[in-house]
Design a protein around this ligand. Structure first.
Ligand SMILES: NC(=O)c1ccc[n+]([C@@H]2O[C@H](COP(=O)([O-])OP(=O)(O)OC[C@H]3O[C@@H](n4cnc5c(N)ncnc54)[C@H](O)[C@@H]3O)[C@@H](O)[C@H]2O)c1
Ligand SMILES: [Zn+2]
Length: 816
């Protein structure tokens, strides 16, 4: 390469790497995989070695990738926190070992091997046995002080007790979010319609840097320690240090091993390649460190990494699979996400049957054709992705995947806004998932507060035609006898292209057979998780024979199932069966499979299909169909719901206004509006000037309001809600005056209080003549400092010279 081209390439790589570092360390996101990132860095290192004249001091090869943020106080590290060299190849690892041997002049050394935990590095400083501060790695020289957040991690000792504990010492480790916690958080986020966290590492890193420690505490982070630094402790080797850490009560992963010679290291690496997926956290490689401290000193450091340690990173595993079909999921905002259904393959410790395709661009980029053989990869991300297509294996006649142009849930034509990658279903009002989102908002705790109407129940009621707007909820009260026996959960179904309904395989096999329990069938299927459907059905027949339950009849049904599956090649979804096929085996003679297919695209449950088909069933058929269905609404659930619905009629006007989900009207704005216009009629009649005169109301809001009231449909829903007795007027309650000890005082409360909830403290201050202010500013008279007040707020208050007083002192002040 010529010097001029090298210079240009170095500049370009520097720019790219800085960009990815910023994303990764500051925003906790990544555009590319670690492997791709490490490739860029490696290329830069090589070029800089060949052309040292272009090596600049602040090249990303010379610096640790992170930096400090503005949100936290920063602190200098007494000993720099470095990065690690890394490699993906065994040759390079051997080369590293040669360098160590050469550096020391002999082979008389040991390696200490640990797994490379995929989290965020943390440094804890202890003095007199007490945790003094916790600091992130930052730029390696100084980092963010995140002590309050770190204190919420349960197994980090706040006090270290025991003999011979140095007056001062530092420990370093990796904070991580256990995979189970990560999955739990994402399940919750999915249920709430919030965007999912990409992977546990980014989630851990984002959590450590949160401003509110009480949220951090809820996230159940964990930490593994791997380094002790102390001038006082009498240790000369890393294994001794680790033993001390364990004795002092620090959490050390029991996965380490001391190795003599690089071959033992290779064995360690191999032994963990698969096993590591069973650990409670993500790991991305192995770190080997020279065990002896004197030898470490002899080897020394480069600008960025120690010469006595290196990380070997496992290549992201990839596997070959076959594209069976694509399903299109509709989110609560109407956004469409295509998901590839794949033939099952075993990958990174789990069986993969689905991969995200993100959007139409991704399908185009891959050039995906029907039935393609694809490569799937599982990096740090939980949801695998398709990284390539094996074009040479493509069937000559295969057609390119055609993106849908109608919403699979409601049939509306999709739209794609300019410059956006995703398609949307514009049917905001009645597209089922979008309606679900609006109803969930309506019943939310902070709106109408009907907690007996959870997501699953709402979805069931929407899909079966009981709810299509807010007012319908109040009409359920008169339909309780129809609700009895309705299918409650949607978990066992999937909706595919053109709205076709699929049923989970375990339910289908349960309903189609006799004498086998659901749990034995589930156990059987779990043992078959990597087998394709055809094989599973064959194995199931053997299983039936061994079970000795109604063998002839059950095997007959499964064989019939096999032949219908061949005769009607519906798109495949692994672990699911097309509902028309399943039902055809039970009631096919009366209805016919074409009709069942039509019905299956209209009704969203088996219950619904049977109703629409209008057939009369024998009691045997009825029993079997009951086995296919999910749990149903029972009396207890229904009376619970009715109670919640009736109670919601007491919710005050401000909450009702928020519940209506008018665009741009959040909880606070709704309260402000309700105070200024204490009835829906006054609000509807308010002029633009009236509205703009109110503090906090801007033009966008006025537009949303006017647009909302211009719709006759909305007015009709309000009218029906009024008929049901929902509060559309503000009840004026005089706030009792309890005194004037806070007369003229501007007050803010921050952190957790012992005697008051959030609303209560505001009422309390106001009823004593004070004024509650929502943000830290100079005009405050004082701040009531609760437990775990956010560090940034505190810092700001101190900067502005605003007095902080404790809750106890505040109460004393009021008593006087
Ligand atoms: N995808 C992207 O866009 C992107 C961008 C930047 C960085 N990255 C990735 O992040 C990493 C950046 O490297 P880095 O400079 O943070 O160093 P590194 O993460 O590769 O290695 C150093 C870090 O490893 C951690 N570690 C985990 N287990 C350890 C153990 N047992 N002993 C010692 N340390 C242990 C420590 O936190 C230490 O700070 C690379 O893996 C890189 O691929 C990715
Ligand atoms: Zn739709």
């Amino acid at each position: 390469m010529m010097a001029t081209t090298a210079k240009l390439r170095i500049e370009e790589l520097t720019k790219q790497i800085n960009y990815h570092n910023h994303l990764y360390y500051q925003e906790d996101k990544s555009d590319i995989s670690d492997f791709e990132f490490d490739k860029l860095l490696e290329e830069l290192i090589e070029l800089e070695q060949k052309f040292p004249e272009f090596l600049s001091e602040d090249s990303p090869t010379q610096r640790v990738g992170g930096s400090i943020t503005k949100e936290f106080e920063s602190a200098a590290h007494e000993y720099r926190m470095l990065s690690l060299g890394n490699t993906y190849s065994e040759e390079e690892l051997s080369a590293f070992d040669e360098r160590v041997a050469k550096g020391l002049g002999h082979r008389n050394y040991e390696y200490f091997c640990e797994l490379k935990f995929d989290g965020v590095a943390i440094s804890l400083v202890y003095e007199n046995g007490k945790l003094l501060r916790a600091v992130t790695r930052g730029d390696g020289t100084k980092g963010d002080v995140v002590t309050e957040n770190v204190k919420t991690i349960r197994n980090i000792p706040l006090h270290v007790k025991g003999e011979n504990i140095p007056i001062k010492f530092e420990v370093r480790g990796e904070i991580f979010l256990p995979r189970k916690e990560f999955e739990k958080i994402n399940a919750e986020r999915e249920a709430q319609g919030d965007p999912l966290l990409a992977n546990p590492r980014n989630a851990a890193s984002g959590t450590v840097k949160m401003q509110d420690s009480s949220i951090v505490a809820k996230r159940r982070l964990n930490c593994y320690f791997y380094q002790l630094i102390s001038d006082e402790a009498d240790i000369n080797q890393h294994d001794q240090a680790m033993a001390l850490l364990e004795r002092w009560g620090f959490n050390v992963s029991p996965t380490y091993q001391k190795c003599t010679g690089i071959n033992e290291v290779f064995n360690y690496i191999d032994s963990w390649r698969e096993k590591r997926h069973k650990l409670p956290l993500d790991t991305d490689g192995v770190v080997l460190k020279v065990n002896d401290y004197d030898q470490r000193e002899e080897l020394g450091f480069t600008a960025k990494i120690p010469r006595w340690a290196i990380a070997y990173k496992y290549q992201a595993e990839s596997a070959e699979s076959e594209l069976l079909s694509i399903t299109y999921q509709v989110g609560r905002t109407g956004a469409i996400t295509p998901v590839a259904n794949l033939s099952p393959v075993s990958l990174a410790g789990t069986t993969v049957k689905r991969a995200s395709l993100h959007n139409a661009n991704e399908i185009e980029r891959l050039g995906l054709h029907e039935g393609d053989h694809v490569l799937v990869e599982k990096g740090g991300e939980i949801i695998p992705k398709i990284t390539g297509v094996l074009v040479e294996k493509r069937n000559q006649s295969a057609l390119p995947v055609k993106y849908i142009n109608h919403c699979p849930e409601c049939g509306t034509s999709l739209v794609r806004k300019e410059a956006e990658a995703k398609h949307y279903c514009p049917n905001f009002k009645s597209c089922p998932p979008q309606l679900l989102g609006r109803i969930e908002h309506f019943v939310h705790k902070r709106a109408m507060d009907i907690d007996s109407l959870g997501t699953e129940r709402i979805r069931a009621l929407i899909d079966q035609g009981y709810i299509s707007d807010f007012a319908d909820i109040y009409e359920l009260v008169e339909k309780t006898d129809q609700l009895l026996g309705l299918e409650m959960s949607q978990d066992q179904y999937q909706v595919a292209d053109e709205g076709m309904l699929y049923l989970a395989l375990h339910k289908a096999l349960f309903g189609l057979t006799d004498g086998l329990s659901l749990s034995t069938i589930q156990q059987f299927l779990a043992s078959q998780s990597t087998a394709p459907l055809e094989q599973t059905l064959k194995a199931f027949q053997t299983f039936i024979r061994e079970s000795k339950k109604k063998v002839a009849q059950n095997i007959g049904t499964i064989q019939k199932l096999e032949s219908v599956l061949v005769a009607y090649p519906f798109p495949k979804i692994e672990d699911y069966l097309p509902v028309p096929i399943v039902l055809s085996l039970l009631i096919g003679k009366q209805v016919g499979i074409t009709r069942l297919k039509e019905l299956s695209a209209q009704a969203h449950t088996i219950h619904g299909i049977i109703l629409k088909a209008g057939v009369s069933l024998t009691s045997d058929q009825e029993d079997k169909i009951k086995k296919l269905k999910s749990n149903t609404f029972q009396e207890g659930v229904i009376s619970n719901m009715v109670e919640g619905i009736n109670a919601s009629k007491q919710q005050p006007f401000g909450k009702v206004l928020f519940a209506l989900g008018i665009r741009n009207i959040g909880e606070n704005t709704a309260q402000i509006l309700a105070k200024a216009f204490p009835s829906i009629d006054l609000l509807k009649e308010a002029s633009t000037e009236d509205l703009l005169a109110i503090n906090g109301i801007g033009e966008t809001l006025v537009n949303s309001l006017q647009e909302y009231f211009a719709s006759s449909e909305n007015l009709e829903v309000i009218r029906r809600l009024q008929d049901h007795g929902i509060q559309f007027e503000l009840e004026i309650v005089e706030k009792p005056s309890l005194g004037n000890s806070l007369e003229g005082k501007k007050i803010l409360a921050s952190g957790k209080l012992n005697h008051f909830k959030r609303d209560e403290i505001i009422d309390f201050i106001e009823s004593h003549g004070g004024q509650y202010v929502k943000s830290v500013s100079k005009s405050l008279d004082f701040i009531i400092e609760g437990e775990d007040m956010g560090p940034s707020k505190k810092e700001k208050a101190q900067k502005l010279g605003v007095k902080l007083i404790s809750e106890e002192d505040f109460l004393k002040m009021v008593e006087k």
